[in-house]
Design a protein around this ligand. Structure first.
Ligand code: P70
Length: 439
């Protein structure tokens, strides 16, 4: 039951996490001398650190969530049948009820769904427009012979621009891609919610409606990366005119209803440690996906997930749209972000949904992008306090497959990502103090 109705007057009051802690996992504290050895052995790459050597782990919000007692109880109800597991039907019902898509294909995680989708929908020479790339999504599109084209609004590439919906599609850019390549070369438009590489920035319902209208006019499908759709829905409720009285569940459903299917990494919004799925409305595409998943993931009623994991996902999906949960989740990110802002640390604004993103160019203006400023900054923060963060810049962006040159993305960021329901505000205080110290 919500303790407040989300009205502006209520929002000025303090709030706390809508849960209490039932089990704890001790953390190891390290000395600076120990961290110097650990980061050197990791080649100054925070991905290669051992988790044992990390104090507060803010590398990612992916699969790092704490499950609820209801989810753990669900784990005990796993039906580990090879075919037709009861938990598959629970998950199918949750996806149909909350997202509204008709068909479900479970996969081991999000990229498994991207792989299947890219294989069944993309032909060599195709073009896939999207609101900014995501690493695994674009790679699967390329492996299937497609080319990703970025159609996000320009504001998304500017860390200081305060646009409330930096995940929006630039309709003129999309129109140009359609005119240039022709609708028959565009198998679908890929729409992410809470755009990860832009800093966890939302797309508005109004913009998505316009994208839908343009795609309908050309007979193009829209596939939604729903990985953080509930977080996007929270921003719509807060910021989009006419949406303040909608529930998170209603907004999530409205987003999904404007799209033809989704890929999902359940390791984020759905509050589990592993899992994902592909959901589709079209019968023929579903058939193709079901045949393909058997080759790469597992039979179509488990797709690489244990029955118990499917149960945890279906419960987590319901929890993800609870208002108190999502407000505390996004609110904790905002708490950390505001602390950094107050100290003058350059971060991407508006503060995103799943993490605070440091602007490494502004943080370390003396470093050339080919000396990897974001990578250096992540290493330095680890050295200072044992807090692990993630490079999201020239290293993550990779090299152009044709030229072999660094891609030099405009955003050179360090992501401080918050696992859901794992750390306390005191952990946020320690993290903020460390980053301010490094700054
Ligand atoms: C992260 C993770 C995963 C992800 C995502 C979006 C918007 C799909 C996926 C894939 C993990 C990650 C992946 C590649 C590089 C760095 C980190 N994001 N779409 O930390 O889902 O991981 O389940 O296969 O954010 O942001 P999955």
């Amino acid at each position: 039951m919500s303790t407040d109705d989300g009205t502006p007057a209520q929002r000025t009051r303090s709030w706390a996490e809508p849960f209490k802690i039932k089990m704890v996992e001790p953390l190891k504290m390290t000395t600076r001398a120990e961290r110097e050895v650990a980061i050197r052995e990791a080649g100054y790459n925070t991905f290669l650190l051992r988790s044992e050597d990390v104090y507060i782990d803010l590398l990612t919000d992916s699969g790092t969530n704490a499950m609820s007692d209801r989810q753990w109880a669900g784990m005990m109800l796993g039906d580990e049948a090879y075919a037709g597991s009861r938990n598959f039907y629970h998950l199918e019902a949750a996806v149909q009820e909350l997202y509204g898509y008709r068909h479900l294909v479970p996969t081991h995680q999000g990229r498994g769904a991207e792989h299947i989708l890219s294989k069944i929908m993309i032909s060599p020479g195709d073009v896939v427009p999207g609101n900014m790339y995501f690493t695994t999504t674009r790679l699967h599109q390329e492996l299937a012979g497609g080319t990703f084209v970025d159609v996000i609004i320009d504001e998304a590439h500017d860390p200081t621009n305060l646009h409330p919906f930096k995940g929006n599609v630039d309709l003129a850019k999309l129109q140009r891609v359609i005119e240039q390549h022709g609708a028959d070369k565009i198998p679908y438009v890929c729409i992410a919610t809470a755009v990860n590489m832009a800093g966890g920035q939302p797309i508005s319902l109004a913009n998505l409606r316009e994208v839908r209208a343009m795609c309908d006019a050309h007979g193009i499908r829209i596939i939604h990366d729903a990985t953080r759709v509930a977080e996007n829905a929270f921003f719509i409720k807060e910021r989009e005119p006419g949406c303040a009285d909608m529930t998170i569940a209603e907004i999530v459903r409205a987003i999904c209803d404007l799209t033809d299917g989704c890929t999902m990494s359940a390791k984020k919004d759905a509050l589990v440690n592993i899992g994902g799925f592909l959901a589709l409305n079209d019968d023929d595409l579903f058939d193709a996906a079901r045949n393909m998943v058997v080759i790469y993931e597992g039979l179509h009623t488990y797709g690489g997930m244990a029955g118990r994991d499917m149960e945890a996902v279906s419960i987590g999906l319901h929890e993800s749209v609870e208002y108190d949960h999502i407000r505390a989740r996004v609110g904790q990110v905002a708490y950390l972000g505001r602390k950094l802002q107050d100290a003058g640390v350059p971060i991407v604004v508006p503060i995103g949904s799943h993490g605070v993103f440091l602007d490494a160019r502004a943080f370390l203006p003396h470093l050339d992008q080919d000396t990897y400023p974001a990578q250096a900054l992540a290493a330095e923060i680890y050295l200072d306090s044992g807090v692990r963060t993630m490079e999201r810049g020239n290293v993550s962006s990779g090299r152009d497959p044709a030229t072999g040159e660094n891609r030099h993305p405009r955003l050179e960021l360090v992501r401080i990502t918050l696992p859901r329901r794992v750390y306390t505000q005191a952990h946020m205080d320690v993290t903020a103090e460390s980053i301010v110290e490094v700054y």
